[in-house]
Design a protein around this ligand. Structure first.
Ligand code: OAD
Length: 240
């Protein structure tokens, strides 16, 4: 790589997954301690489950709210936010629903899988943004329908304008940094391919290899906080 620091690029996309928040204490989905190892998504994270038993689905999501509410952005979130203040244009395209990028101060954030702290009425579609607290009122004040977390569950479609905006940002970027995603969930997992087509420099930060690893020019095998620190500092050995 000829350019060596985050701030040498003019349009950066950070593409983040659960590994980004792992060092904040938010459990990942797969691998050791992964959420889907302990909880069956067919009972807690799909529309069919919600229709069958909305209270059980809310119990699971309030449990997750409780977990995440105790977590703070880590150094990696802060480096991403700081580069947004320095660089001409930074977009965070995240699969995470935890809201930690916003808490760290990033401003341009595209949440592909929604937000754990926002609810949507399952009947009338109205939305409400909550604070980082568990939700007690489960029925829409307007129509009496069930509130559901405004997140993308298994089998749901992604919000198309958000996906389009992510593709546009990636098509225009000169640096694409993937952080902590297993790259197995589509359509998000297609996005690195847009960066390759755009001719952007591509860096993968992940302790492990992923099915998308071959799309990247540089692989930083380690935790997000340490690898982002090295990238931000322009570690000469690393980028030589
Ligand atoms: P996964 O749990 O599938 O993958 C987490 C990735 O983070 C793995 O590849 C780990 O190797 C890596 N990792 C773990 N600790 C790390 C650290 N400290 N630093 C960097 N990387 C680390 O999470 P996602 O890829 O985000 O969707 O999962 C994608 C989607 O699947 C989620 O958005 C969620 C889930 O089902 C929905 O809920 C719709």
């Amino acid at each position: 790589m000829s350019t060596s620091r985050l701030r040498d690029f003019s349009r950066i996309v950070f593409f983040t997954g659960a590994g980004m928040s792992a060092e904040s204490g938010v459990p990942t989905y797969r691998g050791a301690g992964g959420i889907w190892k302990e909880y069956d998504y067919r009972r807690y994270a799909c529309q069919e489950a919600f229709v069958r038993d909305p209270e059980a689905v809310w119990e699971f999501h309030n449990y997750r709210r409780g977990l995440v509410a105790r977590c703070a952005p880590n150094l990696g979130h802060q480096i991403v936010a700081r580069s947004g203040r320095r660089s001409a244009r930074v977009t965070v395209v995240t699969q995470n629903i935890d809201g930690l990028h916003a808490l760290a101060g990033s401003s341009e954030i595209l949440e592909l899988h929604g937000n754990l702290w926002r609810v949507r009425c399952d009947t009338c579609g109205v939305k409400q943004q909550d604070g980082h607290v568990v939700r007690e009122v489960l029925r829409c004040d307007g129509c009496g329908g069930w509130w559901r977390p405004d997140i993308v569950w298994f089998g749901d479609y992604l919000h198309e304008p958000t996906l389009d905006a992510a593709q546009a940002a990636i098509a225009a970027c000169d640096l694409f940094v993937s952080i902590g995603t297993s790259a197995v969930v589509y359509p998000a997992a297609y996005l690195p391919e847009y960066a390759r087509k755009a001719g952007a420099r591509r860096v993968e930060i992940n302790p492990d290899e992923t099915p998308a690893s071959e799309l990247y020019e540089l692989h930083l095998r380690g935790p997000a906080t340490e690898m982002l620190t090295r990238l931000a500092d322009g570690d000469a050995e690393l980028l030589a």
